[in-house]
Structures are given as C-alpha cells and as structure tokens.
Design a protein around this ligand. Sequence first.
Ligand code: MN
Length: 424
Amino acid sequence: MTTIDATHDPTLESWVASANAADTDFPLQNLPFGRFRRADDSDWCIGVAVGDQVLDLRQAGLVDGADMNRLMRLAAEPRKALRHAISEGLREGSAMRSRFEPALVAQSEVEMGVPCDVRDYTDFYVGIHHATAVGKLFRPDNPLLPNYKHVPIGYHGRASTINASGHDFRRPAGQLMPPGATQPELKACERLDYELELGIFIGRPNPQGVPIPMEQAEEHVFGIALFNDWSARDIQSWEYQPLGPFLSKNFASTVSPWIVTTEALAPFRRAFERPAGDPQPLPYLDSEANRAQGAIDIGLEAWLQTPAMRAAGHAGDCIARSNYAQVAYWTMAQLVAHHTVNGCSLGAGDLLGSGTLSGPGPGQCGSLLEATQGGKQALTLSNGEQRTFLQDGDAIILKGYCSRDGLRRIGFGECRATVLPYSS
Ligand code: MN
C-alpha cells in the first residue's frame, strides 16, 4: 500500500489558480494521468490534470515519449519520483513554473482519449448488493449463489469496444427471446442498461506462470477510473447460459479519461472487513495489509440526462449514489491475486472492471435492472418523464470523488456517453 507523504498535504496550493478552487476534481493532491490531443489529426500526448488545465508531461520535460502503457509499467520508486516532480513543479512559488507553464493547455481545448491502450479486459462482480438484487430477480429464496463469498466472480470481456468518455454509441441489435415467445428474432435491444463500475488499471506486469501474491498485488495496480459497462439485458437473458455474458456486453463500454493513481488514493484507504459470520477468504486471498486498509472510500454517482432535459438546459437527475468501500465484497488486491493464481499474466493497460457497485437501499442502484426491478417499476424523473430502460438520446454520466475531514477532496472527472438510435 502506498503511504501518505508531502504530495497529500491538504494545505498545498498551486500557481495554477483553478487547481485551488474548492470544487475542482483536480487539485494538486490528485494529479491523475490521461491521454489528450490538441486536434483530430495530432498525436496523443500524456497529460496530468490540474484544475481546468492539462500538463503535457513531455513538453514539461518529465517524460521522453507518449507511451502511457510504458509509463504505467514503472516500478514504485520512479513512479513516486514522477509524482513528486509534478507536484513540486506545480506548487505555488516553484522555480519550475517557467518550464511548466508553456506545457499547460486548457482541458476545454483538447480531446481526451481512452487513458491507455487497453490490452485486455476482465469484468468482475464485487458489488454484493448488486449480485444479491439481481439474483433475487431470478431466485427470490436463494439470491446469492454458493460460490460468491469464496471466489471473486468474473468473465473475460473485450477491449476492442472500450470507448473514451464522450464517445456516443449506437443501440445494439441481437437475438431476443421475449418471455412467452417460441422463436428468437434479431431485433434492436429494448432493455438497454448501464452499470456503475470502477475500472482498475494494471501497471506492472507479471510473467505467465508467476502468480502475484496478496502482499505484492497493489504494486501491480496503476490506478482507478470510472467505468460504464453498458448492458443489453434482453440479449443477456437469452444468451448467458451456460457460459455467461457475451454480445450483451461487448458492443460498448465507456471509461473516464483520467486514471487516479493509487498514490493519490492513499489517504482514502479504509479497513476491509467481512460481516461477522461470513466465511473467511482462503489464505491466498488474505493479508494483514488487506484487512487493515484494503478498501478505498470512493463516493460514486450515476446521472441520467434525457433529450428533453438536455433541450431544457437541465444537467440531469442523479439516479444512483453509492460508495466503493461500502459495497465491494472483494478488494483490488484480491482481484489481482485471484486473477493470477492460475498463472495468468496481466500486463500494463489490463483493465479490471469492478462489477456494478450498487448500495443496498433505494436510490443506490447502479443499474436500471435493479432500480426498476427488471423493468417492472418505472423510475419517475424530476421533469415527470419515466424510464424503465434507456431510450435513444439518453446520456449516462458517472462521477466519483474521495473526501474526508482534514483532507483535500479529489475527483475522478466524468464518464459520459449518449445512446444513439439503432441503425442496421
Ligand atoms: Mn459489469
């Protein structure tokens, strides 16, 4: 686990004035990494968000290339040194200001991409309230399957259709077999949903055949972004047995542009405890450090903006609030240790989706499947509109932040995309 140092000092201020605003997601204490470009045909550059600006790391003389995956492979010490160099250079009164200032560009003037080349993608299912609520729709008396509390459940997804935030996508078509029908047909999805997730980015690779033990697992994590695992529930219910989700999940996923590093998240760690009476994990999924501070306090929100809201200049309704530490049954160290226990290799740019991070109560459902009880109970929005599943033109915006008394609040930016109509 990374430690708290001078870069987390809540009193630090920057010569970039917007980084000192109370409500910015990107104060000096955050310094998340992303990829940006200044024009459609220009090359992607590695940037760090500070206030409403991006610091071009190559132009500032801090890295010598534009390969984010290479940067993510850095070992703990050089990574920490890079964070310190950025923090010190952006600090009020820094002698580096004259070198850094020309390397700043306004976020409003650049396009943000997927933050690295996503090499491979696995989606887990760590949200126990989501697993219980979805299980209840199918098995009211026995919602959680017997393996859930012993093994982190996941499936292999596809990296090819992971989009940057702001990249809209078309409603998918697929084989549908509605209840009562006798023949499936190929149709546009009628039960399109979102999933409120976090995306855990791997940095340090492990060679095939060499599992990563719990004690080292976090050294292999570069950081975390917001992740929306768009889901076609009607395609899913017909195709998922016996091998799990397939085309219901791989038509689009959206990731936020900034990876908040594990260093930035260090002050927001929390003890990880299992409820009394639950089975303890096998030793390969347990460590003292994981119990002491394996969880991370990240507040999460999902917003829905309909076309009518957009036309009226309305930012949308917050339809879900949740907290990663409160709802995740497995920590990121456990996901890494489990994923590699059989010798599977992870590489820089591997993305591990957390699974839907719903809370237990109303207003905490990180998918419409749960919020509408499988489409049976429509949500009524603030302008009187109703939704069971997503309609064309609807946008989902995910937000995340860490805040704690005595610390500087840091945010994740946003993860946004709009559903476009189906087109054959
Ligand atoms: Mn998912």
